[in-house]
Design a protein around this ligand. Sequence first.
Ligand SMILES: Cc1cc2nc3c(=O)[nH]c(=O)nc-3n(C[C@H](O)[C@H](O)[C@H](O)COP(=O)(O)OP(=O)(O)OC[C@H]3O[C@@H](n4cnc5c(N)ncnc54)[C@H](O)[C@@H]3O)c2cc1C
Length: 476
Amino acid sequence: MYDFLIIGAGISGAMIARDLSKFKCSVALLEKDNDVANEATSANSAIIHSGHDPKEGTLKAKLNVRGNELYEDLCKELKVDFERNGAFVVAVAEDELPQLNFLYNQALSRNIPASIITAEEAHAKEPNLSDSVVAALELPSTGIVSPWEVAIAAVEDACNNGVELFLGNKVVSIEKKADHFVVTTTKDEYLAKFVINASGVYADDIYNLVSDKKLFTITPRRGEYYVLDKQTTPFVDRTIFPIPSAKGKGVLVAKTIHHNVILGPNSEEIEDKEGKDNTQPALDYIRKEVFKTLKNIPLHQVIRTYTGLRPTGSTHDFIIEEADDVANFINVAAIESPGLASAPAISEYVLNEIISKKFELVRKESRVERRPWIIINRMNYDEKHALVQKDPAFAQMICRCEHISEGEIVDIIHRKAGAMTVKAVKRRVRPGAGRCQGGFCEPKVVAILARELNKSPLDILLDSDDSKLLVGKTKE
Ligand SMILES: Cc1cc2nc3c(=O)[nH]c(=O)nc-3n(C[C@H](O)[C@H](O)[C@H](O)COP(=O)(O)OP(=O)(O)OC[C@H]3O[C@@H](n4cnc5c(N)ncnc54)[C@H](O)[C@@H]3O)c2cc1C
């Protein structure tokens, strides 16, 4: 019997698992996919928002501001990248200035560093801003991360410190007994005293496995993006937002932590919780919208597109509470934007405001520190040379676009919460994330996965169970 069972290994479940691993308790983390951080956490804008935007009085506002404060130290502890590169919200017409001022005053009221700057000052800092820009709200505390790297590192860290991760375990039923839950998945059955529902767009369905109450519904809101090649950087240094609308923060242009540029997202409510295809109307809309705030956009440098689904709740705020009709069942639901930015604060809130009132959290005396991923591209010649002397696999180049060696890939396969699919390898050390999008390296990654996991290459998956890459041999 576990003390805590977390459903969903996105950024919310990952952060809660990691924070619980600091205390003397047993934790199971259940995830339906073949890797952690595979849903909303893997397809978003990756912005650690300052907290200027959410509506006053909401949990979103409170936890976003706190999350932004916590991120830098979190990323240092996890040994993943974080850059506080700042953001501009730009007004492109005089009639947008009242709203810019509203956001400025809201930021100041939350002690968020902010200033309104003139069009000239904004252009001096971001030369590719559109000539229509009339003023900008500068938000220097805004940051960027790789969202899945933060979540994967948090799960690695949690597993190094006792959390048990169960991938490929889709929760299909939950039974409430007198003092525990029986959680059944597609693979097994688990007993736990507390259940934490961090299952993204499925959080309403998961809650309704154990309650008939229609406390909330989750509607997927699709957002699509273009990714531009690294060669375009520095196109913008900060994240550039338009004035927000009722639908959200609008189509932004941002540099990523790995120095690509992203353009998007749109915002479209859909019914299908798996509706992650890109659509031409959305991509056309993004191409049109980005030119309202920027010029000279190198659209010929698009290397891929992607889509994410926001888990939008019917209450229009995060729902983070123990269900009033199911004792010890904690919903962490409707975590749409700014859920990434808020994640460390969401976890802090769950532990301090909910769990600690029902369970004595006793700190462990010691912790195993997470070892960072090996990235030879960032090493100097002597460091690379020393590594290659120890293991020649670090001289074997697998990805030419991102300069990734076989040694780096082997290392991330054999860790706790290690990579088991081609996409999982890509998300940890990036083969396939470069200009050729895996054209050169993908067969090599398949071969390494097969060898290291002792499987046939025919059984290696791109991502989900129905994504086999190879169907048979063409030659003996
Ligand atoms: C287009 C878009 C842009 C965004 N931009 C930003 C941004 O710039 N900044 C920001 O702060 N936030 C942003 N967000 C929001 C942010 O991505 C989410 O708030 C965050 O990723 C939610 O994390 P989560 O862990 O709650 O959900 P998810 O990442 O969706 O994780 C839920 C997990 O539960 C698992 N699961 C579901 N059902 C089951 C089941 N039955 N059994 C087992 N496991 C299950 C899923 O497979 C998944 O891994 C954006 C979101 C989108 C879609």
